[in-house]
Design a binder for this molecule. Structure first.
Ligand code: HEM
Length: 495
């Protein structure tokens, strides 16, 4: 390791990337903060092995990579050496406690085992499909149809985020916060749900903000003094926790009364009986909400934006959806929406959404921590206590990984060329949008069910039009969103 470290000390930084004494790469970061992901992608593509050793003020060091061999090392071969680590989990602890998303070691392993079992049951998939169907046909499609006649501009990102929040609350703890409801949102219950939704969004954004301090750890001072963003964070977490506690108590009563429930929380309560305290159950369910809340909406927002400038892709999707529908049994021809088998048959839709997440991954950067000194497959030396991160946004743009057309949106790259053109998956360490190895995303299949249902049903009857000159500004909290939303006009298609 020592010789590796020495060679790293001599590491050549591309022009303009030399770290400054004491403040490290802070000046370069500040100069590029409005376009941080594109800047990182440029920096990583200029480094010989697509890896960069970053120095932050206060002596904090870390490695950022877009090299698939290094990513595989972090996520699979060297998994035990790269937990989330204390620095990461302390920032999210107030909000997430030791829920699966924020846990390491035995606490993570036990939750992962129980959750993997539940996520893989057919009955959960069927429950997810029912929830998506209700929200899509009862709320999202009517909302889009209402916007069509007067060609009003709606913010599609906002609508998709409300959809995703309603949906994940139903799946996680069978509660409908009604964020996308139209006209039926009166009364105390709705006001409490709206307060919960607002508080959840604030708690997630303010917790993510702790990662962005120029002086790492300064948030602790504000927390101790209970001022500014830390005071707002404390207040919003209290609202979220109180709401979740009440839901947990009412689910327990329902289960005791013999009601059959399908949501994740109830499944955990029944299968794990007394294993988890109420606080632990709350932590688990909040992790699920966070994981499923903005990820699918971010993916779909970028997808619909890309689609608006690729009419050939829209055409091919519509063609595939119509072909799947045409194969339906005669008696069932009027059924609205698509069942799980039909969604599985939509291979090109699958390819198109996968391709969109290659260029705009909902989780653009993911960080872990090194327990012990190590040398990565590309020769970069890592010190104990350093942070390590993979940058999936940069990885999706690497010519060395995807070829000369890496920057193009081309779903065909995921289809094999045979007569029955089917989707061809990639190694999760090259296409890392859903993470990989033992901590791979648990909700991947659930996310595809939701995204494919929305895409198929929306494109079947509507056209979503975005001004060709619109260039979204990016904002990253935990997910990659559009800073000013996605202004969209809706047209009903002539079929
Ligand atoms: C397009 C949608 C989605 C994307 C791109 C995505 C991506 C990811 C990524 C990158 C991670 C690793 C995060 C980390 O460990 O730091 C992750 C973990 C996770 N995801 Fe997803 N996710 C999506 C949707 C969902 C949904 C709908 C759920 C449902 C609850 C979900 C549940 C989880 C859980 C529970 C974990 C933690 C797994 C563990 O630590 O063992 N995800 N996801």
């Amino acid at each position: 390791w020592r010789s590796g470290r020495r060679s790293h000390e001599k590491q050549h930084y591309a022009a303009g990337l030399q770290p400054y004494p004491l403040i490290g790469h802070l000046p370069q970061f500040l100069a590029n903060r409005e376009r941080i992901l594109d800047w990182m992608a440029e920096v990583l593509s200029r480094q010989p092995t697509c890896t960069f050793v970053l120095r932050r003020p206060g002596g904090v060091r870390g490695v950022i990579t877009a090299n698939p061999a290094n990513v595989e090392h972090f996520l699979r071969t060297g998994f035990d050496n790269y937990p989330k680590g204390e620095r990461f989990s302390s920032m999210l602890h107030d909000f997430l406690g030791r829920g699966i998303f924020n846990a390491d070691g035995e606490a993570w392993r036990a939750q992962r085992k129980a959750a993997s079992y539940e996520f893989n049951t057919r009955s959960l998939r069927a429950f997810v499909a029912r929830c998506v169907h209700g929200e899509l046909h009862g709320r999202l499609l009517p909302l889009l149809r209402r916007a069509a006649p007067d060609a009003a501009t709606i913010d599609l990102q906002d609508a998709l985020e409300r959809f995703a929040f309603d949906n994940i609350c139903r799946v996680a703890f069978d509660h409908d916060p009604g964020q996308l409801a139209h006209g039926d949102g009166d009364g105390d219950a709705f006001a409490a749900s709206a307060r919960f939704a607002d508080a959840f969004r604030d708690a997630a954004n303010l917790s993510a903000g702790r990662f962005r301090y120029a002086v790492p750890g300064f948030w602790r001072v504000k927390k101790a003094l209970n001022v500014g963003s830390e005071r707002r964070l404390r207040e919003s977490i209290a609202i979220v926790h109180d709401f979740a506690d009440r839901i947990i108590r009412s689910r327990r009563q329902e289960i005791t009364a013999g009601h059959e429930k399908h949501d994740l929380l109830s499944r955990f309560m029944v299968s794990q009986e007394d294993t988890y305290s109420e606080v632990a159950l709350r932590d688990i369910v909040i992790s699920f909400l966070l994981a499923g809340r903005e990820t699918t909406s971010a993916a779909l927002t970028w997808f619909f934006w890309l689609l608006s400038s690729h009419p050939d892709v829209s055409r091919r999707i519509r063609h595939e959806v119509a072909a799947v529908r045409a194969r339906r049994e005669h008696g069932d021809i009027d059924r609205v929406g698509f069942d799980l088998d039909e969604l599985r048959d939509m291979e090109y839709v699958h390819a198109a959404i996968t391709e969109s997440m290659r260029l705009y991954p909902p989780v653009p950067v993911d960080t872990m921590s090194a327990d012990a000194d190590d040398v990565l497959p590309d020769g970069t030396a890592v010190g104990a206590g350093w942070f390590v991160a993979y940058n999936s946004y940069a990885m999706g743009r690497m010519v060395s990984v995807w070829g000369k057309d890496a920057a193009e949106f081309r779903p065909e790259r995921w289809m094999d060329g045979g007569a029955t053109a089917t989707f061809r998956p990639e190694s999760p360490f090259r296409y890392v949008s859903f993470h990989g190895g033992p901590r791979v995303c648990l909700g991947k299949e659930m996310a595809y069910i939701q995204m494919k249902s929305i895409i198929a049903c929306v494109l079947q009857e509507l056209e979503l039009v975005v001004d060709g000159a619109y260039r979204p500004r990016q904002v990253t909290s935990l997910t990659l969103r559009m800073a000013d939303g996605l202004p969209t006009r809706v047209k009903v298609r002539d079929i």
